[in-house]
Design a protein around this ligand. Structure first.
Ligand code: SF4
Length: 363
């Protein structure tokens, strides 16, 4: 397995972990609200969205109140690819992105004339943090014969030095396609997703060394113990989880693919290895089923996330009012950088559209 980082040393890795830790320490989760307070904040946000011709797009990992609000106001809830597509297609002047920073940046790159705001600009991602553009560019320059494929969970600057941007819902298909036409690949930043794709496609891939702090905590031993308690349960896992977890999963897929599988599988009990924010949608689409959070650190209790992304949790109703009312927390991406990052993003969107047509054509 090639997991690489320029001048890779244990010290480098340790310092990356420290940097992630520092960001984590700054991530403040919003306080729980009473139902009256929540209702009044929601009413204010609805008015503001209307008055400002704004639409809310929320990721499946955000708080259920935000997901409901997005759907109630004709906004959108989805994975990062779907969020990007919705943002591009909507005619709203302002897009409020409830998620993490790279999602806001992607929305801005795809919709340069729209104003993109976020409840917080502090909400980041351990994958983005652990893939600084200057180091990544050096790494790519050292392997000029390779096609550079980066995960959407990266900064605009990293996207700009790539050939393809992919989300977890389409990564496998894109790499398979590239491998079929003989391309050798650099993959960044998630090593677990990269290793899963490499194993599934047999592609020649060099992997960057970074991980999602939420998915990395899922433990196969804990899931096996849980299977003893729920023997008929299916296991659904996001491919950012470690290999040992993916090996015992019945379905490995992106958030949207997990939701689809949860609906279609005959099992009534389903163990889910991804952020617990998704349980809101799972319960909506299959209310009669029992969804169980996959265990994280278990007895070792080293869990830093416990199936809940601390940065996604920073998106609060109050923060949304503040950014909407004041027009603050605007995402800005320089014109040249946006144009460069748009090229690999557009390739993904075109590829996805083409795949969609093929699927429809077969139906
Ligand atoms: S859940 Fe993981 S991949 Fe998603 S934003 Fe949080 S840290 Fe990043």
């Amino acid at each position: 397995m090639n997991i690489t980082k320029p001048a890779s040393t244990k010290d480098n890795l340790a310092s990356d972990h420290e940097v992630v830790r520092e960001f984590l320490d700054r991530a403040k989760t919003s306080a729980a609200l009473g139902s009256q307070d929540q209702d009044s904040l929601i009413a204010r946000i609805k008015n503001l969205l209307k008055a400002k011709n704004a639409k809310l797009v929320a990721h499946y990992y955000t708080d259920p109140s935000l997901q409901d609000l997005a759907e109630d106001t004709n906004g959108f809830v989805g994975d990062s690819l779907e969020m990007a597509r919705f943002g591009k297609d909507t005619d709203a002047e302002i897009l409020v992105v409830a998620g993490v920073r790279f999602m806001g940046e992607t929305a801005k790159i795809l919709s340069p004339t729209k104003k993109i705001i976020m409840p917080t600009l502090e909400a980041t991602c351990s994958l983005d943090i652990a893939c600084p553009a200057d180091q990544f560019k050096k790494f790519c320059d050292a392997h000029p014969d390779r096609t550079v494929v980066v995960y959407a969970n990266t900064s605009a600057a990293v996207k700009a030095c790539s050939d393809w941007v992919v989300t977890s819902s389409i990564a496998l298909e894109v790499v398979e396609h590239l491998s079929e036409i003989g391309e050798k690949i650099i993959w960044a930043p998630d090593k677990h997703l990269g290793s899963y794709i490499k194993k599934s496609t047999g592609a020649d891939m060099l992997l960057w060394d970074a991980a999602c702090i939420v998915h990395e905590e899922f433990k196969s031993r804990g899931i096996r113990e849980m299977q003893k308690i729920y023997p008929s349960a299916a296991v659904l896992a996001h491919p950012e989880s470690p290999e040992a977890v993916l090996e015992i999963a019945d379905v490995v897929g992106s958030t949207t693919q997990i939701i689809k599988a949860a609906k279609n599988l005959p099992n009534n009990d389903i163990i889910v290895a991804t952020d617990r924010g998704i349980f809101h949608k799972l319960q909506q689409i299959a209310p009669h089923k029992r969804f169980i959070v996959a265990p994280t650190a278990g007895n070792d209790a080293t869990c830093r996330s416990c199936a809940n992304c601390p940065w996604m949790s920073m998106n609060s109703l109050q923060a949304m009012i503040d950014c909407l009312a004041e027009g603050t927390n605007e995402i800005r991406v320089g014109k040249d950088l946006a144009q460069q990052a748009m090229v690999p993003l557009q390739k993904m969107l075109d590829f996805a559209a083409d795949q969609q047509l093929k699927v429809r054509g077969k139906a």
